[in-house]
Design a protein around this ligand. Structure first.
Ligand code: PRP
Ligand code: MG
Length: 227
């Protein structure tokens, strides 16, 4: 059923307004070469995936709103600086999204991190929501939503539903992602056009097993070493 549906899809158009793909530099291709190689072991995979995650977080933070903050330097002068206009929190879509927490902690230890546990049924590929625990007053934050894989888009939409039902406005969400499919982007941007999506690669398409190609395999299994 799903296979037939996927095969009948041509490469879909999607709303590109808030989709930010990292600049496709040789350096980024080098990192992707490392993580996409099926012979990479867990240590190699996490080492290079963490570097892509760092680039994604830097790009996500660059695009936030800032406001003025003056500080006094040790020589008694005023430095006209900046601070985030809204407090920042992370929310991981467990399990694969938890891979982004280490790099976030390296940026700022004080940022709260919420969790949403969603698992895709291996046969139907449909997401099931099991649990969520979000920071208190989450609607006051800008949320970095961590989900490295956006394939059919089902898990992403489920996670975004949880966030918006909790009162977070879509324009206050950055969806931080390593790989996404055009099919998944079409679904997510149609339903949540105001969510910013920062990704390191828009893939060619989904295959009949709802895996992205050329792809990376099961990110969670490779990052956490469970295959
Ligand atoms: C995988 C992946 C994404 C989701 C993407 O999760 O990590 O969360 O599928 O697929 P979709 O866009 O078609 O919904 P999975 O449920 O396999 O578990 P994991 O994150 O625990 O590895
Ligand atoms: Mg997942």
């Amino acid at each position: 059923m799903l296979a037939t549906n996927l095969r009948s899809l041509s490469r879909p158009d999607y709303n590109t307004a808030n989709v930010i793909e990292l600049e496709q530099t040789d350096r980024l291709h080098y990192l992707h070469t490392k993580v996409r190689d099926k012979t990479a072991n867990k240590r190699q995979f996490t080492f290079y995936a963490d570097q892509i995650i760092r680039l994604l977080l830097e790009k996500s933070l660059e695009r936030l709103n800032f406001e003025g903050l003056n500080v006094t330097t040790p020589v008694g002068e005023t430095y006209e600086g900046k601070q985030f206009a809204k407090p920042l929190c992370g929310v991981s879509v467990v399990r694969a999204g938890e891979s982004m927490e280490n790099e976030l902690r390296r940026l700022d230890l004080n940022i709260p991190i919420g969790k949403i546990l969603i698992q895709r049924d291996p046969t139907t590929k449909l997401p099931k929501l099991y649990y969520s625990k979000l920071p208190d007053n989450v609607e006051k934050f800008h949320v970095l939503l961590f989900e490295p894989m956006l394939a059919t888009g089902g898990s992403a939409i489920c996670a975004l539903d949880v966030m918006t039902k909790a009162g977070v406005k879509p324009e206050n969400i950055t969806f931080v992602n390593l790989l996404c499919s055009p099919e998944g982007l079409q679904k997510v941007t149609a339903q949540f056009p105001d969510v910013t999506i920062v990704t390191s690669s828009i893939e060619q398409r989904l295959n009949e097993h709802a895996f992205m190609i050329p792809g990376i395999g099961d990110f969670g299994d490779r990052y956490f070493g469970t295959t």
